[in-house]
Design a protein around this ligand. Structure first.
Ligand code: FMN
Length: 778
C-alpha cells in the first residue's frame, strides 16, 4: 500500500549494534555509505554510478536509503525469479515517506490506492495476472499498430518543417500517453490533466519531494485518483467497449474473487503510469542514445530491419527503469551476503544490463547484439512487464518514422535533466535540430508511403541484417559458385570461427538461405561462400546463381555458429559429402595451423563436380578424395571401427552419409561426432498426427496450451514469452529452452545423442512433449 510509510532509514541499518570494522568504525564501505540514488550522477548514468559496486561489492547496504542495493545480473535475475522469497509488495512504496500534512491532503481525496499487479504477492497475483493478460498478447496488440502509426505521423507532421524540436515535449510524452489511454479504453478528453497528474504520481512514489512540494504533489495525486475513479464509473456503464479496463471490468464480473471490485480503481491509475511514462522515457533514452552515436543512427536509417533489435539494445543500454524494489521475506543469501528477513532491496536492473559477466563489452552500443533481449528493463519472471510488447511496438514505430522522415536529425548541445527518483528515468527534454530544406519528403513525397513491418514481440535474429557487396564470383564447378563478400562501407566484417554460416537474403523473394563460410577466418576483410545450384530446390540457390554478380549489394545476417570446432582437440577426422565441404575446409585450415593431427575424407560424384579441390591440396596426404565415377568409395566402417577418446569427428553432407556416420559412431564416446545439416528433415506439422499438450512455465507461473496445430514456439510467443529463434526448422538451435520436467519428443537435428537422452533441453520450434505435460524453465 502506497500509504504505508517507511521506517526512518537509520533505524533499519543491519549493522547497528554489530561489531564494527577497526579501520572505519563501520562495516558499511565508504562508497556504500556515499551511495545516493537521488544524486544527479545516478540520474545521469545509473550503471556508471554503481560500476564500482558491480566490480567490487555487488551487494551492499546503503545507510542513506535504508536499502540493500544489488547490482549484478545473475543476482538480480535470481531475485526476480523468486517472488516468494523476494516479495514485490514494496515496489510502489514511497521511498521518502510523506509528512502528516501531505497525508491529510491525500486523505481528503479519499485516496485509497491498493495493491496492483506490480506489487501484489502470491497467491493473489498469478491468478489475477493470468486473467488480465490476454489484451497484452501479441495477437491482441496487432490491431493497435495503425493507431500508433497514425498518431506518430500526426505529431511529426507538426514539427517536421521547424528545424528544431524538443522531442519529449512535442511527441514522446504525449503519443505514449494517448496510446496508453487507447489501450486502457480511456477517453482522450482528459489527457492534459492526466498528464500533469501522472508526473506528480511519479514524484510521489519514487522521488524525494521537498516538504513544501509534498503538499502540491499530494493534491495532484489526489486529483489523479479522483479522476481515475470518475473515468472508471463511465466505463462501467459500457463495459463491452474495447480497452483493457473494460476487459478488467468484464473479468471482475465473471471472477469477482480474483479481481475484486476495489482493485479496478487502483489498476486504472497504475495502468496509466505504467503504460505511459515507461514508454515515453524509454523512447527518449533510445533516441538520445542513438543520436549520440551518429554512425549507428545512420545504419538504422539505411536499414530499418535493424530497428527491432536496436530498440532492444537501447532498452538494455539505457532503459527507462533504472532500478526496482523487493522485500526479503526470509533470511537469505544474495551473492554470498546474508540478508535478514524484512530487509528492503533496491535491485539496480540498469546496472545488471551493463554487467560484463552477461553482456560482452557491455558499455558498447551494439545494435546487432544477439542477447540484447536478455535485458532486465522489463523485469523477469512472473512479474515481468505485461506491456513490454506494446512498448516495443511504439518504440519501433517512433524510430521508423524518425529515421524515414528525419534521417538528418542531430542531437543539439544541451544539459539533460531528470526527475529525481530511483526508478523511472528519462530526460525531461530532448532537443534535436535538422535542416528542413533537406527533408527527404520534400524531394520525394512517396517515401511517406514506405512502411516497414514492425516486429511484434521480442526481436528475432532474423532482423539483424548487414549490408555487404559482392566483390567477386567464380564458378568452381558447373553448378557451384564461389562468392566473395566485403563490407559495403569498406570496413571490416565481423569475426567468425570455422563452422559458422551466414544467412543470405535472397533479394525481394522474402526468403533467406544459410551458407557456410569457407574462406579464411583470419581475414576480416572478406567472407567466402560457395553455393550449389539446386534446380529442384525452393528457389533460393537458383536466385543466387541468377542474380549474384560482382558489385551487387546484398544483405546478410550472422555469422552464426552451430557447428563449433574444438580447436583444442588433439585429433580430428573431417568428413564431407558434396557441397558439405564448405564448413569443413575452414576447419581443416585451422586444424593445420594449430598442428592438430587430422584427416579429411571428401566424397563426391566426380572430381569435376567437387568444389574447392585445388584449395584442399595444401593438406597433402591428409586429404582423401573419393570420386564415385572413379570407383572410389570411402570405407567409413573401417575408419571408425575403433573408438578413440581423443578424436573428434566433424561431418557435413547428404542425409544418407550423416545417417550412416551416426550408426557407425554408436560405440564412440557421446558427442564425438559433430554434424552440420544443410537440409531439415522436419516434415510439415500434421495436426492429425499430433496431440495437444500443456507447457508449464515455472518462472512465469503460467501454463500454456500447445494445440495440435501449433508449435511450442508459437504457443510461447502467443503468451508473450520472449524466445529467440532463427531457422525455425530444427536446424540452428536458437530457440532452445530448458526442460525441468516431462519428456520432450525431439524433432530437431541439433541436439546430440547424449543431450537428447538427458532430456533437459529442447528446441521449441519443432520438438513437442511425449505426454500431455512438460515443465519448462521459462
Ligand atoms: N548450401 C550450399 O550450397 N552451400 C553451403 O555452404 C551451405 N551451407 C549451409 C549451412 C547451413 C547451416 C544450412 C542450414 C544450410 C546450408 N546450405 C548450403 C543449404 C542452403 O541453405 C539451401 O538450403 C540450399 O541452397 C537450397 O536452397 P533452395 O532450396 O532455396 O534452392
Amino acid at each position: 500500500n502506497t500509504q504505508s510509510t517507511s521506517q526512518p532509514t537509520q533505524a533499519q541499518c543491519p549493522y547497528s549494534g554489530a561489531h564494527t570494522n577497526a579501520g572505519t568504525g563501520c562495516p558499511v564501505s565508504a562508497r556504500a555509505a556515499q551511495f545516493d540514488p537521488f544524486e544527479d550522477a545516478y540520474q545521469q548514468d545509473p550503471p556508471e554510478y554503481v560500476k564500482w559496486s558491480r566490480e567490487q561489492e555487488p551487494v551492499f547496504y546503503s545507510p542513506k536509503l535504508g536499502y540493500w542495493v544489488v547490482t549484478r545480473y545473475e543476482d538480480i535475475k535470481q531475485i526476480f525469479r523468486d517472488n516468494i522469497t523476494f516479495s514485490p509488495s514494496i515496489a510502489l512504496e514511497k521511498i521518502t515517506p510523506t509528512g502528516p500534512e501531505a497525508n491529510a491532503v491525500l486523505e481528503s481525496y479519499n485516496y485509497g490506492m491498493s495493491r496492483t499487479l506490480v506489487n501484489e504477492d502470491e497467491p493473489a497475483h498469478m491468478p489475477r495476472r493470468r486473467l488480465l493478460m490476454e489484451p497484452f498478447t501479441v495477437d491482441a496488440l496487432k490491431h493497435h499498430e495503425p493507431m500508433v502509426r497514425a498518431l506518430t505521423r500526426q505529431y511529426v507532421d507538426r514539427f517536421i518543417n521547424d528545424g528544431k524540436a524538443d522531442l519529449v515535449e512535442q511527441m514522446l510524452w504525449e503519443v505514449p500517453l494517448t496510446v496508453a489511454l487507447h489501450f486502457l479504453g480511456v477517453p482522450e478528453e482528459d489527457m492534459d490533466t492526466l498528464r500533469k497528474y501522472s508526473i506528480a504520481h511519479t514524484v510521489n512514489t519514487w522521488g524525494r519531494p521537498k516538504a513544501e512540494e509534498q503538499v502540491a504533489v499530494a493534491h495532484a495525486v489526489g486529483n489523479f485518483w479522483q479522476l481515475a475513479g470518475k473515468i472508471l464509473e463511465k466505463m462501467r456503464k459500457n463495459p463491452e467497449q474495447p480497452g483493457w479496463m473494460q476487459y478488467g471490468i468484464r473479468m471482475q464480473q465473471l471472477h469477482p474473487d480474483v479481481v475484486p471490485d476495489s482493485y479496478l480503481h487502483s489498476m486504472m491509475m497504475a495502468g496509466i503510469v505504467a503504460a505511459h511514462e515507461t514508454t515515453a522515457n524509454a523512447s527518449a533514452n533510445a533516441i538520445k542514445l542513438l543520436l549520440s552515436h551518429p554512425h549507428v543512427w545512420q545504419e538504422i536509417c539505411e536499414d530499418p530491419n535493424l530497428i527491432p533489435n536496436a530498440v532492444e539494445e537501447c532498452l538494455r543500454h539505457n532503459g527507462s527503469v533504472a532500478a526496482w524494489r523487493r522485500l526479503a521475506t526470509r533470511d537469505v543469501q544474495i551473492g554470498g551476503v546474508s540478508i535478514a528477513a524484512g530487509s528492503k532491496l533496491l535491485i539496480v536492473s540498469s546496472s545488471a544490463n551493463h554487467d560484463e559477466r552477461h553482456f560482452a563489452d557491455a558499455d558498447l552500443l551494439d545494435i546487432r547484439r544477439e542477447n540484447a533481449s536478455d535485458q532486465l528493463t522489463f523485469g523477469y519472471g512472473s512479474h515481468q512487464c505485461m506491456g513490454k510488447n506494446l512498448a516495443r511496438m511504439e518504440m519501433q514505430i517512433f524510430l521508423e518514422e524518425l529515421t524515414l522522415r528525419l534521417p538528418h536529425l542531430i542531437l543539439s548541445e544541451q544539459t539533460f535533466t531528470y526527475v529525481s527518483n530511483t526508478s523511472f528515468r528519462g530526460p525531461e527534454h530532448l532537443w534535436v535540430h535538422w535542416d528542413p530544406s533537406a527533408n527527404p519528403e520534400r524531394q520525394d513525397p512517396s517515401i511517406l508511403n514506405r512502411q516497414h513491418p514492425i516486429r511484434l514481440g521480442e526481436p528475432s535474429t532474423h532482423s539483424l541484417s548487414r549490408q555487404v557487396v559482392v566483390q567477386e564470383t567464380e564458378m568452381l564447378t558447373d553448378d557451384i559458385m564461389r562468392i566473395r563478400l566485403a563490407a559495403a562501407d569498406g570496413q571490416t566484417l565481423p569475426r567468425w570461427a570455422p563452422g559458422s554460416h551466414i544467412d543470405l537474403v535472397c533479394g525481394d523473394l522474402g526468403i533467406s538461405r544459410q551458407y557456410s563460410l569457407c574462406g579464411d577466418p583470419a581475414n576480416p576483410q572478406v567472407m567466402d561462400i560457395a553455393v550449389l545450384r539446386e534446380d529442384a530446390g525452393r528457389g533460393g540457390s537458383a536466385w543466387v546463381h541468377q542474380h549474384v554478380r560482382s558489385g551487387l549489394p546484398l544483405h546478410i545476417r550472422g555469422p552464426r555458429n552451430h557447428f563449433h570446432f574444438d580447436e583444442q582437440a588433439s585429433k580430428a577426422i573431417f568428413i564431407a559429402g558434396g557441397i558439405g565441404i564448405t564448413p569443413i575446409i575452414a576447419m581443416a585450415r585451422v586444424a593445420k595451423n594449430r598442428g592438430i593431427d587430422y584427416q579429411i575424407h571428401y566424397c563426391g560424384r566426380s572430381r569435376k563436380s567437387m568444389a574447392l579441390l585445388a584449395s584442399l591440396q595444401e593438406h597433402g596426404e591428409r586429404l582423401h578424395v573419393y570420386a564415385a565415377d572413379e570407383g572410389l568409395r570411402a570405407d567409413f566402417a573401417s575408419l571408425l571401427a575403433t573408438p578413440d577418446a581423443e578424436t573428434q569427428i566433424y561431418a557435413c553432407g547428404p542425409q544418407r552419409l550423416t545417417d550412416c556416420l551416426q550408426e557407425l559412431c554408436e560405440c564412440w564416446p557421446d558427442d564425438a561426432l559433430h554434424i552440420e545439416h544443410f537440409h531439415s528433415t522436419l516434415s510439415k506439422l500434421d495436426p492429425s498426427r499430433e496431440h495437444a499438450f500443456e507447457a508449464e512455465l515455472k518462472q512465469s507461473g503460467i501454463t500454456v496450451t500447445v494445440a495440435a496445430n501449433q508449435t511450442l514456439l508459437e504457443a510461447l510467443r502467443a503468451a508473450n514469452i520472449d524466445i529467440q529463434s532463427d531457422c525455425e526448422e530444427g536446424l540452428c538451435g536458437s530457440c532452445e529452452v530448458s526442460v525441468l520436467g516431462g519428456q520432450p519428443d525431439h524433432r530437431d537435428v541439433v541436439l546430440t545423442r547424449s543431450e537428447r537422452a538427458a532430456g533437459n533441453k529442447m528446441m521449441s520450434c519443432c520438438s513437442r512433449a511425449k505426454d500431455k505435460h512438460i515443465i519448462l524453465d521459462l
